[in-house]
Design a protein around this ligand. Structure first.
Ligand code: SF4
Length: 820
C-alpha cells in the first residue's frame, strides 16, 4: 500500500480535499480528507466514485496531426508554426485560446501569459464564462474587485441561509450536507430556496419560493425596499462604507413598489414573499448562496448586484455567519480568475483597461507586446471564428462543441477555422473531431498544481499516477509552443512550482494592499507540502484570510447598484411557448467524459430527459416515459419525458450532460439561445423559448452488450455504462426487414460464434434476442412498439456479472425477468 496522497476533487467548486491510497493489489482508494477545511472528510458520490474513472478507456495517448499519430516535436512545431504564421499574416487578434475551469492555476497562468503578454492579444477566454462571469462582474461593480467576502465557515454560523438559483444538494453536495447536518442537530439555520423548480435542495428547506424564471432581481429589489421600510438598514455601515444607496432604493421602488407587486411579477404567493422578507429583515446572520440560476442570465450581473445590495443595506457582509456568497461551478473557476483567464482581465486580478496595471505586468513579464484592449468573450470568440476573423484556436481541457449555447453555430465555426488545436485527455469528444492537431493531456491523478475553491482557498492537486502513453501536462505544452515561437526565456519553467512562485510574486508586485488578490506570502512556501489556505496571504495575513472586510474602489466604499429588472432576452411566445431551463444532475459532471466511465454514476440516469409539469405535458400530448422533441429557433434535441409536479407550469428542465458521443440527439446545447449578459458576457443558459412535441418512432428498444456498439439503424440512441456491460436505449423510425439479421449485425454477433436465442411477434412488433457464449450472456436486445412494454433493465444487467447462466436464468432471459 502506498499513500495516502493528499489532493483535491476535480469536480465542483466546493474543492473537497481527498486522500488517495494505492492498495497492495494496485486498486485505488479515494476518501475525504478530514484535515481539509473545505470538507472535513466528507465527500459526495461523484468524489467517492473517482477511482472508477481513472481507467484508460477513451484516453488520448499520443499527439495527432490531421488524424495521424505524430511525435511531440512535430505536433508542437505544427502548433507553433501555425500560430506564428497566422499572427504574421493576420495580426495577433486572429488567434485565440479557449481554456477551462478544469485547468490547474499553473496551466492557466502560462496560457494567459503567452496570449496576453507575448502574442499581444487578449483573445483568451474560459468555459468559466458560462458559469460565474456574472458574479465576477457583480463583485467588481460592488466591491471594486472580484472578491467573495466570506468563508464556508459562515455557512456553519448563519441563522438563515438563502439558496437562490442553486440546487446545492446536487451541485455542491458537501456544502449542502453541512447545512442539513447542522439543522438536524440544532434546528438552525432556517433555509429558504428560491428556484423556479422544486429541486432536491427544497426537501430540507423551510420555504421554497418557485418564482417565474428570470424574476430574481424583482424579488431582491423588493427585499431591499422591505429592509428599508422596516427600519432594518445598517445606517452607520451605509454611511461609512457604501455609496449609491439612494439610487438603488429609488430603482427598487420604481420596479416593485409593494410586496403584492413583487408576488404578482414573480408568480409567488404574497404571504410567502412576506415571510421570506421578514425572516431576512430580522436575522442578523444571513448567508445568501447563489449560483448558475443567477449567473446564467442576460441580466445576471444585475441579479448578483440586487442580492449584494440587500447585504450592503443591512451591513451583513464579511461578518461571521453573514454575507453574499457566489458558489463556483468548477474546481478551478476561481483560480482562472486569479491568473486572468477571462478575456477582460490581466493576470493577478489586474485590469487590461488600467494603464498602470498594464505597465506593471509588462515590466514584470518583460513583455513589450502586452495586450492593450480586452479580448473576445466565449460566445463572441466562436462568432468571430464563424465570420472567419479567428483563424487559429487552441482549445484546452474543454468541450465547447457540446457546452456552449447554439452549438450548431459553434460547430460551423470550428469546421471552417483553418487551425484548430485541441489538448484533451479524451480522444473522442464533440470538439476533438474538429481538431487539426490533437495534444494528449495529463488528467486528474496525473497532474500537479493548484486550484482555488469558492471560498478563495488554494489547495494542491497532487499526482498519484504516471501520465499514460505520451500524455503531458498542459503547462508543459504551452511552454514548449512558446519556446518554438522564440520565447524561451519567458517560458523556461522547470515545473509547476516555478510557475506558481512567479504567479505569487506577480500578485504582490506593486500591490501594497491596493489589490485584493495577493498571495505574495506564498512566494517562498514549500510547494510540495503547501497546505490549503485562503487568499490574501501576505505579510499582513501570513496564514491567509477568512473574511475580506474591505473594499477596493477608489474611495474604499462599496457600491450599491441601481437595478432595473429586465425580462429574459428572448421571451416565450406563441410559437415557442415554454421556457427551457438547463442544468446539472447529481451524478454527472459536464460532458460526462469522466463520470460516464463510472457504472455507479451512470446507472441512475441512462439517457437525456426533460422534466415538465403534468398539465403542460398533457397540453403537449406527451406521455410519461415517451420521447419528446424540444425545438427552439436555434436547434432541436430529443429527450425522454419525465412528469414533474415540482416543475413550474410553462417551464421545462433538461440536463446539460449528454453530448453527441453519448446520445444521437440529446445534446441540449443545440437548442439553447446565444443571448448573453451585456456586462459579463455570460450566456442565458437558463431561459430559451421552446416548443415540445411528442417524438413517435415506430419502435422502442434497448440493448445491453459486453462491448460498445455502433448504433446504426436506430434513429434515437443513448449510451450509458453498466457494471460489465454497455447499455443503449434505442428507438427507430422504421422496422428492419428481418429483425434477426438486424439484431445480429447491430450487436456484432454475426461475426462471432455464439448461441443465439430470439423471440419474435411481428404483428405485435415485439422482438427479443440474446447471445450467449460459453454459457455467459454477452448481448441482448429488446424491441417493443411502446417503451412501457419493455422489461426492466436491472435484472438483465446483473446477468452480465455471472460467469454462466443457470437454467432458470436462461428461462428468464427473453422475458427480461427472473423466471418464477
Ligand atoms: Fe467533489 Fe464537489 Fe463532491 Fe466535493 S462536493 S466530492 S468537490 S463533487
Amino acid at each position: 500500500m502506498t499513500g495516502p496522497v493528499r489532493t483535491t476533487c476535480p469536480y465542483c467548486g466546493v474543492g473537497c480535499g481527498l486522500k488517495v491510497t494505492r492498495e497492495a493489489d494496485g486498486r485505488i482508494r479515494v476518501e475525504g480528507d478530514e484535515a481539509h477545511p473545505a470538507n472535513r472528510g466528507r465527500i459526495c458520490i461523484k468524489g467517492a466514485s473517482l477511482a472508477e474513472t481513472i481507467g484508460l478507456e477513451g484516453r488520448l495517448l499520443h499527439p495527432e496531426i490531421r488524424g495521424r499519430r505524430a511525435s511531440w516535436d512535430k505536433a508542437l512545431d505544427e502548433v507553433a508554426d501555425g500560430f506564428a504564421r497566422t499572427i504574421r499574416e493576420h495580426g495577433p487578434d486572429s488567434v485565440a485560446f479557449y481554456v477551462s475551469g478544469q485547468l490547474l492555476t499553473e496551466d492557466y497562468y502560462v496560457a494567459n501569459k503567452l496570449m496576453k503578454g507575448f502574442i499581444g492579444s487578449a483573445n483568451i477566454d474560459t468555459n468559466s464564462r458560462l458559469c460565474m462571469a456574472s458574479s465576477v462582474a457583480g463583485h467588481k461593480r460592488a466591491f471594486g474587485a472580484d472578491i467573495v467576502p466570506g468563508s464556508y465557515e459562515d455557512i456553519d454560523l448563519a441563522d438563515l441561509i438563502v439558496l437562490v438559483g442553486s440546487n446545492a444538494a446536487w451541485c455542491h453536495p458537501v456544502l449542502h450536507q453541512r447545512i442539513v447536518e447542522r439543522r438536524a442537530s440544532t434546528g438552525l439555520p432556517r433555509v429558504v430556496v428560491i428556484d423556479p423548480r422544486r429541486t432536491a435542495s427544497c426537501e430540507d428547506a423551510d420555504l421554497h419560493l418557485p418564482l417565474v424564471s428570470g424574476t430574481d432581481a424583482v424579488l431582491f429589489n423588493g427585499l431591499l425596499l422591505h429592509v428599508a421600510r422596516s427600519g432594518r438598514m445598517d445606517e452607520a455601515f451605509s454611511a461609512s462604507s457604501t455609496e449609491g444607496r439612494t439610487g438603488a432604493l429609488a430603482a427598487a421602488a420604481d420596479s416593485t413598489p409593494t410586496i403584492e407587486d413583487v408576488a404578482a411579477a414573480c408568480g409567488l404567493d404574497a404571504d410567502h414573499v412576506r415571510a421570506f422578507y421578514q425572516w431576512f429583515a430580522v436575522t442578523e446572520r444571513v448567508v445568501t448562496l447563489y449560483s448558475q440560476g443567477i449567473n446564467q442570465s442576460s441580466s445576471g450581473t444585475d441579479k448578483v448586484n440586487a442580492i449584494i445590495n440587500c447585504h450592503l443595506a443591512t451591513g451583513r457582509i464579511a461578518k461571521p455567519g453573514a454575507g453574499p456568497f457566489s458558489l463556483t461551478g468548477q474546481p478551478n473557476a476561481m483560480g482562472g480568475r486569479e491568473v486572468g483567464g477571462l478575456a477582460n482581465q490581466l493576470a493577478a486580478h489586474m485590469e487590461i483597461a488600467n494603464a498602470d496595471h498594464r505597465a506593471l505586468v509588462r515590466n514584470f513579464w518583460k513583455a513589450p507586446n502586452l495586450a492593450a484592449k480586452v479580448g473576445l468573450k466565449a460566445v463572441e470568440m466562436f462568432d468571430a471564428m464563424a465570420r472567419g476573423e479567428i483563424k487559429a484556436v487552441w482549445i484546452m481541457c474543454t468541450n465547447p462543441a457540446a457546452s456552449l449555447p447554439n452549438t450548431g453555430r459553434v460547430k460551423e465555426a470550428l469546421a471552417t477555422c483553418p487551425l484548430v488545436v485541441v489538448s484533451d485527455c479524451m480522444r473522442n469528444t464533440d470538439t476533438t473531431q474538429f481538431a487539426h492537431v490533437l495534444l494528449p493531456a495529463a488528467a486528474w491523478g496525473e497532474k500537479d498544481g493548484t486550484v482555488t475553491n469558492s471560498e478563495r482557498r488554494i489547495s494542491r492537486q497532487r499526482p498519484f499516477l504516471p501520465p499514460p502513453g505520451e500524455a503531458k501536462p498542459d503547462w508543459w505544452m504551452v511552454c514548449e509552443v512558446a519556446k518554438r515561437m522564440g520565447l524561451a526565456d519567458a517560458f523556461a519553467y522547470d515545473g509547476p512550482a516555478a510557475i506558481f512562485r512567479e504567479h505569487a510574486m506577480l500578485s504582490g508586485e506593486g500591490n501594497n494592499g491596493a489589490r485584493a488578490f495577493d498571495i505574495s506570502g506564498l512566494v517562498d512556501a514549500d510547494y510540495d507540502s503547501l497546505a490549503p489556505v485562503q487568499w490574501p496571504v501576505n505579510q499582513a495575513a501570513p496564514n491567509g484570510t477568512a473574511r475580506i472586510d474591505r473594499f477596493y474602489t477608489a474611495d474604499g466604499k462599496a457600491r450599491f447598484v441601481a437595478v432595473v429588472p429586465r425580462a429574459p432576452a428572448h421571451p416565450v411566445n406563441k410559437d415557442y411557448p415554454l421556457a427551457l431551463n438547463t442544468g446539472r444532475i447529481r451524478d454527472h459532471w459536464h460532458t460526462m467524459t469522466r463520470t460516464g466511465m463510472s457504472p455507479r454514476l451512470s446507472s441512475g440516469e441512462a439517457e437525456p430527459y426533460l422534466e415538465i409539469h403534468p398539465e403542460d405535458a398533457s397540453e403537449c400530448e406527451l406521455i410519461e416515459g415517451g420521447l419528446a422533441r424540444i425545438e427552439s429557433r436555434w436547434g432541436a434535441t430529443v429527450a425522454r419525458v419525465r412528469m414533474a409536479a415540482g416543475q413550474r407550469r410553462g417551464e421545462i428542465f433538461a440536463p446539460i450532460h449528454w453530448t453527441e458521443t453519448a446520445s444521437s440527439s440529446g445534446h441540449v446545447g443545440l437548442a439553447v439561445n446565444p443571448a448573453r449578459d451585456p456586462v459579463s458576457g455570460q450566456p442565458e443558459l437558463k431561459h430559451t423559448p421552446v416548443r415540445v412535441e411528442p417524438y413517435a418512432p415506430k419502435w422502442h428498444g434497448f440493448a445491453l452488450s459486453q462491448s460498445d456498439l455502433v448504433p446504426d439503424g436506430a434513429s434515437y440512441w443513448a449510451r450509458a455504462l453498466g457494471a460489465g456491460f454497455v447499455r443503449y436505449e434505442l428507438a427507430g423510425d422504421a422496422a428492419p426487414a428481418d429483425w434477426d439479421v438486424w439484431a445480429r449485425r447491430f450487436l456484432g454477433a454475426a461475426d462471432r460464434a455464439g448461441e443465439w436465442i430470439s423471440y419474435r411477434d411481428t404483428r405485435a412488433l415485439q422482438y427479443r434476442f440474446a447471445e450467449l457464449r460459453a454459457g455467459r450472456l454477452t448481448a441482448c436486445l429488446f424491441i417493443a412498439p411502446r417503451p412501457e412494454l419493455l422489461p426492466p433493465r436491472d435484472w438483465l444487467g446483473q446477468l452480465f456479472g455471472r460467469t454462466s447462466l443457470s437454467p432458470q436464468d436462461r428461462m428468464g432471459v427473453l422475458a427480461g425477468r427472473e423466471a418464477a
